[in-house]
Design a binder for this molecule. Sequence first.
Ligand code: NAD
Length: 271
Amino acid sequence: MKLNKSIIVVTGGASGIGKALVRQFSSEGATVIIADINVESAVELGKEVGGLGVFCDVRIEQSIIDLVKVVTEKFYKIDIFCSNAGVLFEELGDATSTRNADWQSSWEVNVMAHVYAARACLPSMISRKKGYFLQIISAAGLLSQIGNSAYSTSKHAAIGFAESLSIGHSDDGIRVSVVCPQYVSTPMLGYTDCQVEGELGEIMSPDEVAKVVISAVLKEEFLILPHPEVEKYFLKKATDYQKWLGGMKKLRRKVLDRSGDLDIKSIIKSL
Ligand SMILES: NC(=O)c1ccc[n+]([C@@H]2O[C@H](COP(=O)([O-])OP(=O)(O)OC[C@H]3O[C@@H](n4cnc5c(N)ncnc54)[C@H](O)[C@@H]3O)[C@@H](O)[C@H]2O)c1
């Protein structure tokens, strides 16, 4: 996959990992369209990188259809559609405690937005025999985020859809990658944009993640793991599911004993 002179859409590109990807794709010579509900920041970033910032609410299929139409009319094609927008809601009690409305939003943003994007882009990509879906998912889609069943469940589903997309459309010239980072210092985790807290060794910066993603996209790798240890955990899960579950239960108890709650920063400190 060549990035120079390509047309790339990044949803949720106004913040965090998306913003870092926008900047690095642009520095590789791509024209980047930043599609976000935070349209002010999207437009500002569009100006900074010589791209375009537009409003899009990925929960709404028509909003993605309109986005694809506007970009295709202006730039004639989309080379990479990067579904990066994602949401994470605090889980306040047991595994069922997330409100139904938040389960629904998790489903819409973390899963259905990927389906809508593929549905809108596939016809023209198939006719060009070329197209790339870059799905920013999470290690929670391969493993599980302790204390967050809505996030983990929706991210598992997003990986399932990406596999189907790849299996079903490889012969049409379509490429798919899933990016599964662990913890990244973004506003989603309560960090100010691009801040890294020195004592949190496990956490990556959005720029570091974007660098790994770009080098893997150039090689068209399906599974992109910015934190290399995720591969080890994933293998453990595949080879001894029971033992892996036991380890996760132990880690959950350790976090609770140490901090009394399961918020993400406490989990990172216990790793
Ligand atoms: N931060 C992490 O530790 C981490 C780890 C693994 C995976 N991820 C995933 O990476 C992706 C980016 O997360 P981030 O940490 O950069 O988050 P972030 O909160 O910094 O940025 C998310 C962006 O998505 C936008 N957005 C939210 N809902 C939207 C909607 N309905 N339509 C359009 N845009 C919308 C927000 O306005 C924001 O600009 C997400 O899919 C997230 O699940 C994050």
